[in-house]
Ligand binder design. Structure first.
Ligand code: CTP
Ligand SMILES: C[C@](O)(CO)[C@H](O)COP(=O)(O)O
Length: 233
């Protein structure tokens, strides 16, 4: 089976919403820096050719050490990121060499190989794909005064996760265009959409949470225990 996928794991944020002194990607989950789990899962995916890890400039050395200790042979390099997530992705993307790339948040530790595979299949089918789940709540648009102005049709709303997969050249072009136009988006699909690329949705799982605020860590430890129980039974 051809290994035709470069994976970029971004872990260069500060985690301001987490509010800890330590950057959240290095906080412990099950006794280990939490970013390692996603890297290991992508390392088990049969299409992964290489993994590029992007972290803070002052964290490159210890990040490489954690990866070395965990033993992740597909990690090609650890590089410094930029001020915004988008800049960090771009730093990794410049070093990718496979025809297809997937970008994943280092702080989404519960990604499963079967969901990576679904995203991969949809990416091959459409040219670009993101993992997502239907929203469970009713969503409102609210104005600056705190008054509801609109209730979008929930059946059309999806919460977008990572991984997000693209043709490498197309994502590179999307980043270059965004950079030239001073556009900063919160995910990579937004940049591809601006190029007119059709991005498909692959249905993922609600457990693929992004560790963002302190209660996510508590839920993360719960998910980990549930996973361990299932392995033992
Ligand atoms: N300059 C940045 C900012 C974010 N990220 C990464 O992008 C992912 C998703 O971002 P988010 O949850 O917003 O992380 P932070 O920016 O660290 O969090 P916050 O917005 O609370 O500061 C994380 O894996 C984070 O490390 C990155 O690589 N480089
Ligand atoms: C890419 C992303 O994970 C999709 O949900 C997310 O947009 C990145 O993090 P942010 O905190 O929402 O900027």
């Amino acid at each position: 089976m051809e290994r035709n996928l470069s994976v970029i794991v971004v872990a260069a944020g500060r985690g301001s919403r987490m509010g800890t002194k330590e950057s959240k990607q290095f906080l412990e989950l099950g006794g280990r820096p939490l970013f390692l789990r996603a890297i290991e899962t992508f390392g088990r995916f049969e299409r992964t050719a290489e993994i590029i890890v992007v972290t803070g400039e002052s964290d490159v050395e210890r990040c490489s050490r954690y990866i070395g200790e965990a033993g992740c042979p597909l990690v090609k390099t650890v590089v410094a990121g930029g001020a915004e997530r988008q800049h960090s992705v771009y730093e990794g993307l410049k070093l990718a060499s496979s025809p297809w790339v997937m970008v994943h948040d280092g702080v989404r530790p519960f990604i499963r190989t079967e969901d990576i595979a679904s995203c991969y299949e949809e990416m091959l089918r459409r040219g670009a794909a993101v993992l997502a789940v239907p929203v469970k709540d009713t969503i409102k648009t609210v104005d600056a005064e705190g008054v509801i102005v609109d209730t979008p049709d929930r059946s059309l709303l999806w919460a977008i996760q990572t991984p997000q997969g693209f043709r490498r050249q197309q994502l590179l072009q999307a980043h270059e265009r965004a950079d030239a136009e001073g556009f900063v988006g919160t995910d990579d699909a937004m940049l591809a959409e601006r190029l007119g690329v059709q991005v498909g949705i692959a249905r993922g799982d609600y457990t693929n949470i992004k560790i963002t605020t302190p209660e996510d860590l508590v839920y993360g430890e719960f998910l980990l225990r549930a996973e361990q129980k299932e392995t033992e039974s």
